[in-house]
Design a protein around this ligand. Structure first.
Ligand code: SAM
Length: 306
């Protein structure tokens, strides 16, 4: 007799017609606030794992290796990925871990199903390769899979050097590993800075990179962060323009509306964006004064006053 409840895991949101996770499966994606962390699972803890594979090779091999480690021997791993986002490499990658692979194809996805081998190979190397690390070029902690993980994004660098000293209470929407936050906190008149990101790995790196009692951190979605309306003096952002791998202009526009909502009257938003992104209209709609500050190298910076 056993009193153990079987633990089933899901990573991301595989389309139902591609791969369906068992009902009640526990979420383990770092991009779902509040999800569990595969790194924390004991070996053999999972009965099954259904994974929508991340597109980056190192990030994908890391998640798969952690998944195989966490599965009980014989436990089922189902992995799906769009063919052009790593799907065509899945089978080879799984075979390199010593898995016998059943491959299928549906709705532009490759789907591989394997049973966890008794003794998988190469897991520790893949885990080491995808783990958090200090990167000189970022001058901080970071991890494969996080936005611009191994170099400072040129747009963020431009905003960091353009920003005048901020003052009062502020927030960094979509903070990543904390590049903008570092620049903001250089100003002594900043009283507090809330760093928000949807990616757990980014927030964990930002925590390590920013040791400042004025900083606080939230692994959450900016769209539902629950900041009191009208409470902030400033917001800085390099807003995301991808959601789940596809370009999403609305996401950045929602960030802008959210900034306007959380700023007090005369509070300011500093924003950097790729030149082609259509933010002017929404900025004009929700801010009193919008001033283009920089337009260079494919990036534009706005200061917008509430
Ligand atoms: C263009 S990156 C900028 C990162 C960082 N500020 C920098 O300058 O390097 C946008 C960030 O927004 C985060 N993000 C995407 N969607 C989000 C959401 N709905 N809520 C909070 N953060 C989000 C991404 O994880 C990413 O770190």
């Amino acid at each position: 007799m056993t009193d153990q409840t079987e633990l089933h895991g899901v990573y991301g949101a595989p389309p139902r017609e591609v791969a369906e996770a068992p009902a009640g499966a526990t979420q383990f994606s770092p991009l779902v606030p509040g999800a569990g962390n595969l790194e924390d699972l004991a070996e053999g803890a999972l009965a099954s794992l259904t994974l929508l594979a991340p597109p980056g090779t190192v990030e994908r091999r890391y998640a798969v290796a952690l998944g195989l480690k966490a599965l009980a021997p014989g436990g089922r791993l189902t992995i799906a990925a769009p063919k052009d986002k790593g799907g065509s490499r899945l089978k080879k990658e799984l075979e390199a871990f010593g898995c016998l692979v059943n491959e299928d194809s549906r709705r532009h996805h490759r789907i591989c199903v394997v049973r966890r081998p008794e003794a998988p190979t190469g897991l520790d190397d893949a885990i080491a390769e995808g783990a958090p690390r200090f990167v000189e070029a970022v001058d901080g902690w970071t991890q494969p899979g996080v936005f611009s993980w191994d170099r400072i994004d040129p747009g963020s660098a431009l905003l960091a050097k353009t920003l005048p000293p901020m003052a009062g209470k502020g927030a960094d929407f979509g903070c990543g590993v904390g590049v903008l936050a570092k620049a903001v906190l250089a100003a002594p008149k900043v009283e507090s800075l809330l760093l928000i990101d949807l990616d757990r790995r980014a927030i964990e790196a930002a925590r390590r990179n920013i040791e400042d009692p004025r900083a606080s951190f939230a692994w959450t979605d900016v769209r539902s962060a629950g900041i009191e309306p009208g409470s902030l003096d400033f917001v800085v952002m390099n807003p995301p323009f991808h959601d789940g791998g596809t370009e999403d202009k609305q996401l950045g526009q929602t960030f802008i509306r959210q900034a306007a909502n959380t700023l007090r009257r005369s509070g300011t938003l500093w924003l950097v964006a790729n030149r082609h992104l259509p933010y002017e209209r929404v900025l004009a709609e929700v801010f009193k004064v919008v001033t283009p500050r920089v337009d260079t190298g494919g990036y534009k910076i706005f200061e917008a006053r509430r």
